[in-house]
Design a protein around this ligand. Structure first.
Ligand code: UFG
Length: 328
């Protein structure tokens, strides 16, 4: 299949590109490199540009005879989205609509969309099923949900079919250790725990110890980035085979507390990790765990790295081998 991957030089994007190429697909990456890394997609055709540039999109669709799009390019930090909603609406909704418009005009009818657990908001039940009400509590989740809504209506009117993948907490790195997570600034738990182990930051701050969980710290469902990558490939195959538009959760169905993550990381790195206890981070729900049965049943998706220790081992291989990430 000829596939355009927007945001393909980012963390989840680059791991998905690797998986798609391994499966024999022809991939072209569109990335503005504001967050992505050229080195994350070595050997892959990379076009530096914006998803909102409709002329460029048209040209790429024609030149590469694009049959499907995987759309990652977006802003994705919850806290930042609350402080700067305009940037999130512009990047995620306005540019996303430009992509949908151009796909409709150019007759590109298949889309796999990078969505998030943040569309659900505060969970009413855990594990969270796809039919859970969607009441996002921050602009990040709201903008992803807005594009999902547009995709649904465009689908009916213009014949677009999509799979929207709602990720829980993406973590880990390609087992080869060649590519991995490199954000600036880094805000995610597992990379910060490992940076603390490497002495790259003075300590990890634990955000809140008074949550209604078994040890008082937040519980999350960590999913390996390569398992996410496989899910994108399966969703593309299903769309190619004629499957209707749908939404899938992606997690392992197991919740781990912040303290359990730190303890497991200490086992992996073989040394204690310096932590400090701080207040809650605004907007963090106590527990988020995915019900991922739907994608298992319908697409046969199975995680290869369901175990938290395996996830952290692969992340450690990347971070310890590349303490400066991809470099400048
Ligand atoms: N945490 C700390 N200290 C840190 C960083 C994180 O204690 O320095 C805690 C957080 O409070 C949270 C957990 O570790 O309980 C995980 O935090 P992350 O920042 O790694 O991930 P989030 O759960 O906040 O965010 C993830 C995705 C988002 C998505 C969100 C849905 O990264 O894209 O889940 O709620 F929107």
């Amino acid at each position: 299949m000829n596939i355009l991957v927007t945001g393909g030089a980012g963390y989840i994007g680059s791991h998905t590109v690797l998986e798609l190429v391994k499966r024999g697909h022809r991939v072209v990456v569109l990335d503005n490199l504001s967050k992505g890394h050229r080195a994350a997609v070595r050997g892959i055709e990379l076009v530096q540009g914006e998803t909102g540039d409709t002329a460029l999109l048209k040209e790429l669709f024609e030149k590469h005879k694009v049959e499907a799009v995987v759309h990652f390019a977006a802003s994705s930090l919850v806290g930042e989205s609350v402080r700067q909603p305009a940037g999130y609406y512009h990047n995620n909704v306005v540019k996303g609509l430009a992509l949908l418009d151009t796909m409709a005009e150019s007759g590109v009818g298949r889309l796999v969309f990078s969505s998030t657990a943040a569309v659900y908001g505060e969970p009413l039940e855990v594990p969270i099923p796809e039919k859970h009400p969607t009441v996002p509590t921050n602009p990040y989740g709201a903008t992803k949900l807005a594009l999902e809504g547009a995709m649904r209506w465009y689908g009916g009117a213009y014949g677009l079919r999509f799979a929207s993948l709602r990720y829980f907490n993406a973590a880990g790195a390609d087992p080869s250790g060649a590519i991995g997570e490199d954000h600036d600034p880094e805000t995610h738990l597992i990379p910060l725990v490992l940076k603390s182990a490497l002495g790259l930051i003075p300590h990890l701050e634990i955000y809140g110890t008074d949550y209604p969980t078994s040890d008082g710290t937040c519980v999350r469902d960590y999913i390996h980035v390569s398992d996410l990558a496989t899910a994108h490939a399966l969703a593309l195959d299903a769309l190619a085979a004629g499957s209707p538009s749908t939404v899938y959760n992606l997690g392992n169905g197991n919740g781990y507390s912040v303290l359990e993550v730190i303890k497991t990381a200490e086992e992996v790195v073989g040394r204690p990790i310096k932590v400090k206890y701080g207040p809650r981070r605004p907007g963090d729900p106590a527990a988020l765990v995915a019900g991922s049965g739907k994608i298992m049943d319908e697409l046969g998706w199975q995680p290869r790295f369901a175990d938290l220790k395996m996830i952290i081992e692969t992340a450690w291989r990347w971070h310890s081998g590349h303490p400066a990430g991809f470099g400048k």
